[in-house]
Design a protein around this ligand. Structure first.
Ligand code: GLN
Length: 575
């Protein structure tokens, strides 16, 4: 196993995740099997209990793991399926060590950060790196490890020390370190001092960078590269420049141009791994497809505008997978994507009274959009604005996709305005509401007291119902009998109202494996008005977009019929 650690210095949030996944992709183009691990030095066991407004979206895996959003990057770029153990947090490591201590595993010993915690981290990495993550079912050959935060933080110290020891455990032919740094431009001059300081910190902790990836706004000047090489004691071929590009999908090619694989192949002795002609060919095919995709992106000149009506719009990362799914879909439709961010509460009557211009601006964005998306969310703030947006989309024949909460919103709107129960809502927002008239109710099998990791989570089957053959959502999935998608919710559509709702034209065309829970909805006689109780954004891939999102974007671009006529819609993974 070859381990490539990606760490960061200077500041966080400079695209370590994109760099790490792009590097992983380049290993894949060589025909290698690649996996990845994300280390998050926070105390939480997982990302499930953190606010999306503080930490960005909580990503959900097949096994129900609620993990850091960077795991989504890896799954999307590398087309792999990770497990909750691929996200290591301080919380997980400490509870593992403490549990072992209570069992008596360290009997007679004083349990310490070094060597016990650092040892547990290394064992964890070695164990998890071997889990097969792709269709081959075989052990991966390369493991990318992204260390969250910046080196030098108190929080990440045990992980840095574990990785320092790890390079000796696995041997230097099997370990490479890429340190991501920032080169700011001050008064027109590219400044190298922050990078020098970051590398000094790294070396003082016993780690040596094999490559220094410099993030900068503009192309890095040759003189800057040479200076970093000299002051940081590495060759100029070990300094790579990652300047801002119009889409992050260009980053793998940017790294390739700078021949990073040449250096890494030598350092990691990749020539010792025997590759079959088939895997080499697969790698080349992947590279060709990636190049075509980015070239097409640059050439697309028509724009599709989607209004994203949500409640966490102040931090775009709260909707990272949603944005990515829209991007993947737009690329498939040869459109440039424009997202209009609409904070749902701005669409409400209250804002009309308090800030008229904000209210009109928000509505202007909704009305100008080619399609409307209401994503997932929790809690009652902003709900009325979402309901108003769904009403507008339904009545004006504007393509609409509701994801999880967005599906529930579409049902609430329909029950209020078409069925005629004006005060109907979800019991999430009004727990005392009558169960007879609530549109959305608590699922009976969900824990109401313990909140960590207790929702209906992870991958479940959704079956299309009989008679749904002509539904757009079913067609866009290639006409399949069922789909497997990832869930994260506590509430469901009230089973008591189903027949009334369906009689008026809003059809539940997909149900869970027991055929009692409503999972997919589609409105008759509308361009595209759909909802999914699951989160299709979690399995969208760069080269294989999530189908409900593709449906929305295609409908919004006016090409849904063309897309539905494609014969390769059912070719999962190679569409
Ligand atoms: N809050 C809703 C529920 O728990 C929707 C969840 C979501 O959008 N992920 O059912």
């Amino acid at each position: 196993m070859k381990y490539v650690v990606v760490s960061g210095g200077v500041i966080s949030g400079i695209g370590k995740g994109v760099l790490a996944s792009s590097t992983g992709l380049l290993f894949k183009t060589l025909g290698l099997r690649v996996t990845s691990i994300k280390i998050d030095p926070y105390m939480n066991i997982d990302a499930g209990t953190m606010s999306p407004l503080e930490h960005g979206e909580c990503f959900v895996l097949n096994d129900g793991g609620e993990v850091d959003l960077d795991l989504g990057n890896y799954e999307r770029y590398l087309n792999i399926t990770l497990t909750k153990d691929h996200n290591i947090t301080t919380g997980k490591i400490y509870s593992h060590v403490i549990e072992r201590e209570r069992k008596g595993d360290y009997l007679g010993k004083t349990v310490q950060v070094v060597p016990h915690v650092t040892g547990a981290i290394q064992d964890w990495i070695e164990r998890v790196s071997k889990i097969p993550v792709d269709d081959s079912g075989l052990e991966p050959e390369v493991c990318i490890i992204e260390l969250g935060g910046t080196v030098g933080d108190i929080e990440s110290a045990p992980f840095v020390e574990a990785l320092r020891q790890f390079q000796f455990r696995v041997g230097s032919d099997n370990f490479a370190l890429i340190h991501v740094s920032l080169v700011p431009v001050i008064h027109g001059e590219q400044k190298t001092k922050p990078t020098q300081a970051a590398i000094k910190d790294l070396r003082s902790l016993g780690l040596t960078p094999d490559m220094i990836a410099c993030r900068c706004q503009e192309l890095l000047e040759v003189a800057t590269i040479e200076k970093i090489g000299m002051f940081c004691h590495v060759g100029p071929n070990q300094v790579i420049a990652v300047h801002d590009v119009n889409t992050t999908y260009h980053v793998p090619l940017l790294l390739k141009e700078q021949k990073i694989m040449k250096f890494l192949s030598q350092k990691l002795r990749l020539d010792t791994i025997e590759l079959t002609a088939e895997s080499l060919q697969k790698g080349e095919h992947l590279l060709t497809r990636w190049k075509t995709l980015t070239a097409n992106y640059d050439r697309a000149f028509e724009t599709v505008t989607i209004a994203l009506v949500g409640k966490y719009t102040h931090l775009k990362d709260s909707y990272l997978s949603v944005i990515k799914s829209l991007e993947h879909s737009s690329m498939k439709c040869n459109r440039k994507l424009k997202i209009e961010w609409v904070e749902s509460s701005d669409l409400e009557e209250e804002t009309k009274t308090s800030d008229l211009s904000k209210y009109h601006k928000a509505w202007h964005h909704v009305c100008q959009a080619d399609g409307i998306l209401v994503p997932g969310g929790f809690g009652s703030r902003g709900i009325e604005g979402m309901v108003a947006a769904a009403k507008y989309a339904r009545e004006s024949n504007i393509p609409y996709l509701g994801v999880c909460l967005g599906l529930q919103i579409a049902v609430i709107e329909f029950v209020r305005n078409v069925i005629g129960i004006p005060d109907s809502t979800s019991m999430e927002f009004d727990p005392a509401h009558s169960e007879e008239t609530a549109s959305v109710v608590y699922m009976p099998d969900v824990d109401q007291v313990k909140l960590g990791g207790t929702m209906r989570l992870g991958i479940h089957q959704t079956k299309f119902v009989k008679g749904s053959e002509n539904a757009k959502l079913r067609k866009i999935y290639g006409g399949s009998e069922y789909v497997m998608e990832r869930h994260r919710h506590r509430y469901e559509v009230n089973p008591k109202l189903i027949s009334k709702i369906e009689a008026k034209g809003l059809k539940f065309i997909g149900k869970d494996e027991t055929e009692t829970r409503m999972e997919l909805l589609e409105l008759d006689d509308h361009k595209f008005f759909c909802g999914t109780q699951y989160h299709p954004e979690y399995i969208s891939k760069v080269l294989d977009p999530s189908r409900p999102f593709l449906g929305l974007v295609a409908a919004a671009s006016g090409i849904l019929d063309d897309i539905l006529a494609r014969e390769d819609l059912s070719h999962k993974g190679d569409f």
